[in-house]
Design a protein around this ligand. Structure first.
Ligand SMILES: [Cu+2]
Length: 235
């Protein structure tokens, strides 16, 4: 009788540990809180008058006391990413369907090498093919002027409505004034407006080798919440 009881207890404790580890990993690796574009009025577009939503995203060169950066899942990961760049305040982006959406990017980082493929230094997928860069309309920047991109694309296996957006984000050059955290006092300001179609689930990532380790596509570049995330078009 006692042996049966011990066996049952051992199995129960084992099952409890498995469930506990599972729950902890699920909670620990949860998605960052969603950042949703806010609709404010309408906009005249080539497709007629559409609801207009806006969103602001910042890019910082590394975490600091002022901007703690995305959550990390372990002390090791926190250490590996302590000097790595990230989008802020979230990488889980939500925008309304069949609307005009304006995203304003504020880029605080300095120079960091060069983009590998000039295609990603061009603007793709915006309403008129341009972006506003510090008040000036441009359809591309030089490969040497880029430091990150905001690139939205389909999941490879998806049959969602076609959607592609590429926004190159410029550097603050070596003469730019930086504060004690290494953030530009006057960040590069980029604004794009694009039109969304029907609802769909997409992903976005940065296409600049701004990370660490393997060809600089490790570190922040391979970490959800830092240089990549989700982009959901919702009804
Ligand atoms: Cu990047």
């Amino acid at each position: 009788m006692k042996r049966v009881l011990v066996t049952v207890l051992t199995v129960l404790v084992g099952a409890g540990i498995v469930v506990g580890v599972g729950l902890f990993s699920w909670w620990n690796e949860r998605e960052p809180a969603t950042l949703a574009a806010q609709v404010a009025g309408t906009m005249q577009t080539p497709q007629g008058e559409l609801p207009h939503a806006t969103l602001e995203l910042a890019v910082y060169p590394s975490p600091s006391e002022k901007v703690p950066g995305p959550r990390t899942t372990s002390a090791l990961q926190e250490n590996l990413l302590s000097e790595q760049p990230f989008f802020w305040p979230s990488s889980s982006i939500e925008v309304p369907a069949n609307s005009a959406v304006t995203i304003t990017f504020l880029q605080y980082g300095g120079p960091m090498g060069q983009i590998y493929n000039d295609f990603f230094a061009e603007v793709h997928g915006t309403m008129d093919g341009t972006m506003d860069w510090n008040g000036k309309s441009v359809d591309k920047i030089k490969a040497t002027e880029a430091t990150h991109t905001f690139t939205v694309h389909q999941y490879p296996e998806a049959n969602e409505p076609e959607f592609f957006l590429n926004v190159p984000l410029p550097i603050n050059d070596s003469k730019a004034k930086m504060d004690k955290d290494g953030y530009a006092e006057k960040p590069q300001r980029v604004e794009v407006t694009f039109i969304t179609g029907d609802p769909g689930k997409y992903v976005w990532n940065c296409q600049f080798p701004c990370g660490d380790m393997y060809q600089e596509f490790g570190g922040a570049m391979q970490t959800r919440g830092w240089m990549g995330g989700t982009f959901e078009v919702v009804a």
